[in-house]
Design a protein around this ligand. Structure first.
Ligand code: C2E
Ligand code: CA
Ligand code: CA
Length: 662
């Protein structure tokens, strides 16, 4: 186990523990030393006092001993008695004037200290008055005699008469050794216990630190990586790109920022399920990883977006080659659960050095390039070009313009008739919005509706269209219908059923005269709520048409999922069917299918008589197109209703009209 897990705090804690241990050890040994000395002192005093008692047996003689210094015999007898008691090595007798007049005991041993040091000071009146023995402990390094001994001075009295004192020397070598041994054992055991406790606590701390470290590592990893693919996330990508841009200042190499987006990923998710969607993301991650070189960095920066940096690029061409190879590798069909999935991928690339040097600008450029790739129907790659930036600025200006347009009522509705092919009558009109720009004149919805959808400005615009169209239609003769295009964003953002209901009430238009046109994108981009909304609209009595049929991913599957009242075949089919027998076959099928389902079939973009004739022959119910009438203003529309002859009906005049259009 490594110490790297330990933080500064842990080390500090151990330093404190160690310091405390050393302090405790020092205090402990000092305490033991003082305990030992107290024990030795007590022992000396007890031994001396016990020994001194033998003097009491000779108390009369003791007086004589001190007064008359009848030392010899008496001393001998005292010695012989006293040798039975204690560990007295020798003793000395001092008179009242503290003059030694006798010494006895081990002949070959003398303390190596003089009396003054043994007593610290000459025996004073206080010592004498206190009548207590004074004990000192000594250590001596001699070949013979005890290594450790104590000296005890015992004052002697007769009645209240101070006679003198006895200095007794007590051998404590063995006792001291035994104390030292016992205290040594205690100290050793304490130290061992302490070391064990320290090691255990150190180990536990280390384990905990490692766990904490691993948890922190995990949290930090998760905060910097995408859970599903294990790739770095946007935050890490930005960090990496920032340092890569710094690094390239030194080398002067090119650096490419590449943004990768899976086209219509939501459709894959909705059609095949989220698990399959996850598998797609993982497989794409694998492909990305296997295509990058050392030093390149790949990240998942959005639900279906990846980004990568290519560093050390000597020539821009290198980046171009890489992107081309990557695009090809990513576009190869994927196999998921035995099913082949063709994934379309869009790639945008920008170069630091030629395009931008700052991270934010570089990424904006890469994203603009991606947007261009996507706008060109996806499944392609694009390099940033200067005009994209201009387009971006233009778009931003247009958004501001669009907001102003809403405030100052710059929109108007044009109406294009829907012709009943069999009866040769007008069934109704489709409302098509126009932007009457104060500077640029009439602007086509194809130009501003996508922007209005992106910015959700379509919500107020769409509401205005619905109200205006219903108001206009309410003035038309019955049963003329009005068709209004609704965007998926409106379904997502507002309660569309409530809105339609209110507008119908406000304008007093019969619900059967309103038709809502929706595209497949609505059914793709929103979930269960859409079916409820569509049913709600039908319950109001409004009819629903599927617009631009055939251009989406899986138009057929949607047709079966909701009972539409009408299918509008996209104009691209009508335009191509004359020269393309396969397309003609598709148109034939759609009409046949519609008829069998009892759904009205409308063909859009009918421009020629030939198209009209074919459609009629195939059994198409309704047509709409320039052949009959272009979308006209509300005023012209009223005139057209009044005098339908202004419409060019297929017949003699049609040939001329067809020529005009051609
Ligand atoms: P759309 O709903 O498919 O509308 C039909 C478009 O085809 C109209 O274009 C119409 O002018 C055009 N068109 C009609 N006949 C012919 C023909 O014979 N040949 C050709 N080439 N085109 C023909 P427009 O008015 O420019 O509208 C474009 C699209 O803008 C519409 O396509 C619709 O998706 C959207 N749009 C228009 N008005 C609204 C609106 O009020 N709300 C929403 N959400 N979208 C709208
Ligand atoms: Ca339409
Ligand atoms: Ca259409």
């Amino acid at each position: 186990m490594s110490f790297v897990y330990l933080r500064r705090r842990d080390w500090a804690a151990f330093a404190v523990i160690l310091a405390v241990a050393i302090a405790m050890y020092s205090v402990g040994s000092l305490t033991l030393k003082s305990v030992k000395e107290t024990q030795l002192r007590d022992d000396a005093q007890i031994s001396a006092m016990r020994w001194a008692k033998t003097f009491d047996h000779h108390s009369q003689n003791v007086r004589a001993l001190f007064k008359d210094r009848q030392t010899l015999d008496l001393a001998q007898s005292i010695v012989s008695d006293s040798q039975q008691v204690g560990r007295i090595i020798s003793y000395e007798l001092y008179d009242a004037k503290d003059q030694r007049f006798y010494s006895a005991g081990a002949a070959d041993w003398q303390p190596n200290e003089n009396r003054a040091t043994l007593l610290d000071s000459p025996l004073t009146r206080e010592h004498i008055a206190a009548r207590i023995p004074t004990t000192r402990l000594h250590t001596q390094d001699t070949a013979n005699g005890p290594r450790r001994y104590a000296s005890v001075v015992i004052p002697f009295y007769f009645a209240n008469d101070y006679l003198g004192s006895v200095m007794a020397y007590i051998d404590q070598t063995e006792l001291n050794a035994s104390f030292t041994r016992s205290f040594g054992v205690i100290a050793t055991v304490t130290i061992v216990i302490f070391i064990i406790l320290t090691i255990v606590s150190f180990y536990v701390t280390l384990l905990k630190s490692r766990e904490r470290w691993q948890a922190e590592e995990r949290v930090s990893y998760l905060s910097r990586h995408d859970k599903l693919t294990g790739l770095a996330n946007l935050e890490s990508f930005n960090e990496h790109l920032g340092s890569a841009l710094e690094a390239r200042k030194e080398t002067g190499d090119h650096l490419a920022a590449i943004v990768i987006d899976i086209d219509r990923f939501k459709e894959i998710n909705d059609a095949l399920g989220h698990e399959a969607g996850d598998s797609v993301l993982r497989l794409i991650t694998e492909r990305l990883k296997s295509n990058i070189r050392d030093g390149d960095f790949v990240a998942r920066i959005g639900s279906d977006q990846f980004a990568l940096t290519l560093s050390s690029i000597k020539r821009p061409q290198q980046a171009a080659t890489f992107v081309a190879t990557l695009s090809e590798a990513l576009s190869t069909p994927l196999w998921i659960n035995g099913e082949k999935i063709s994934c379309s991928i869009s790639i945008g690339c920008a170069l630091a050095s030629t395009d931008a040097k700052e991270m934010a600008i570089l990424m904006r450029h890469a994203n603009l390039a991606l947007a261009r790739a996507k706008a060109e129907n996806g499944n392609s790659y694009t390099f940033f070009e200067e005009d994209m930036d201009a387009a971006f600025t233009k778009r931003r200006d247009m958004e501001a313009d669009l907001r102003r347009a809403i405030e100052s009522d710059q929109f108007e509705l044009h109406y294009q008739p829907l012709i009943n092919l069999g009866k040769k009558t007008i069934s109704g009109y489709e409302a098509l919005i126009r932007w009457n720009h104060p500077r640029d004149g009439l602007i086509s919805p194809a130009y501003f509706i996508p922007l209005a959808e992106d910015t959700e400005l379509i919500v107020p615009i769409g509401e205005w269209v619905l109200r205006r169209a219903c108001m206009d239609a309410a003035a038309w003769p019955k049963p003329l219908k009005v068709s209004v295009n609704l965007s998926a964003v409106q379904f997502k953002r507002v309660d569309i059923v409530e809105l339609v209901k209110n507008v119908l009430e406000e304008t007093s238009l019969n619900p059967s005269r309103l038709e809502i046109e929706i595209t497949e994108s609505l059914l793709i981009s929103t979930t269960g709520k859409v079916a409820d909304d569509l049913n709600g609209l039908r319950d109001l009595g409004v009819s629903i048409a599927m617009d631009d049929f055939g251009t989406g991913y899986s138009s057929l599957s949607y047709i079966s999922s909701f009972p539409f009242n009408k299918i509008k075949i996209d104009k691209s089919f009508i335009g191509a069917m004359i020269n393309d027998s396969a397309i003609l076959g598709i148109v034939k099928c759609i009409i046949a299918m519609g008829r069998s389902l009892g759904v009205t079939i409308t063909a859009e973009g009918v421009e020629t008589l030939e198209q009209s004739r074919i459609l009629k022959r195939l059994g198409c119910h309704q047509v709409q197109g320039f052949l009959y009438s272009r979308p006209v203003s509300a005023r012209e529309c009223v005139a057209q209703i009044r005098d339908p002859r202004s419409i060019v009906w297929p017949g003699r005049e049609c040939a001329e009209t067809a020529k005009k259009i051609a």
